[in-house]
Design a protein around this ligand. Sequence first.
Ligand code: PMP
Length: 389
Amino acid sequence: KLGSFDHSTFWKGNRFPSIKAKSFGRISMAVAVNVSRFEGEELQPYVLKVVKKAENLMLERGENKEYLPIEGLAAFNKVTAELLFGADNPLIQQQRVATVQGLSGTGSLRLAAALIERYFPGAKVIISSPTWGNHKNIFNDARVPWSEYRYYDPKTVGLDFNGMMSDIKAAPEGSFVLLHGCAHNPTGIDPTLEQWEKIADIIQEKNHIPFFDVAYQGFASGSLDADASSVRLFAARGMELLVAQSYSKNLGLYSERIGAINVVCSSADATARVRSQLKRLARPMYSNPPIHGARIVANVVGNPALFKEWKEEMELMAGRIKNIRQKLFDSLSAKDKSGKDWSFILKQIGMFSYTGLNKAQSENMTDKWHVYMTKDWKNIIGRIIFSQM
Ligand code: PMP
């Protein structure tokens, strides 16, 4: 009797009594200190000119909406690995990078977490304290155990390098060490190249596996190569490693959900096996990834004129953020008579800045001056966001 089914009698009572709602409200943004997302001076969400050009080209070609293979668009996977490791990196010729298109940075991290859960049962991921809030959700949902290593030093508003080193050393042998490739979220504090070398030493010594999250390549310094130098330094040592990539920030493709997971393996054979298992994990999760953003990236990077334009626009975006940092530093140094050293604002990179202000100071700024900062680390530190999260 199709059509006469009465849902009101079938759907009785409360079927989901234990499910509580969770709020996912956005964090209040820094208003007076300018900018909640990357928007240019007009404070409007910014679509990169180069993205519009690539989309027009795609429209002219009348491209179809056919499914992609599970691993994504081949042209995208090729260029994304080349952007990350450098096109002339021997790893690429040796076919030692398993690249699978993911649902942006988040989805790529989630796929890697599923790989860890399946093939490294019991292995732990160690993550920086603090880190991007979603890292913990991702590993929790993938049932991957995690713990934190020290990272932020409130005394210097800088890196707790010794704490970081000893916590990485103390982690069980063979742990995955989650590292932010550049522009650490939420602190804006990155290790120097010398410190990266020492971090790589200790990771090798402990037989750990580096797992990079690269969400801001090119957006931090303005240079794609400079922002990939941490990853390349590890890769040059011949280490096996994982790298999740995102194009949300550097190409402004937030809602296109475009990124990739790259696994550097010890041989072409291992790479083929890892790739096939990544596909096996992806298939029941989402079948295959979306095509539009992948085409944009492939078209921009694959076309020398568009690639050049992208790099110029990226320099502009990164430059604007650096500019705001400089202005903030200049006015604080000129007006603040407390003798506080504000130079950490210039040493930090990318769109986040820990201010080192305590809860009372942050609240005073909000209540009295309408400068809104997040209180996201142990609820005590005002954080300024110079751009979109
Ligand atoms: N990793 C870090 C460190 C991030 O800051 C972000 C975005 N805020 C992501 C990953 C993922 O972003 P998306 O899923 O939009 O690529």
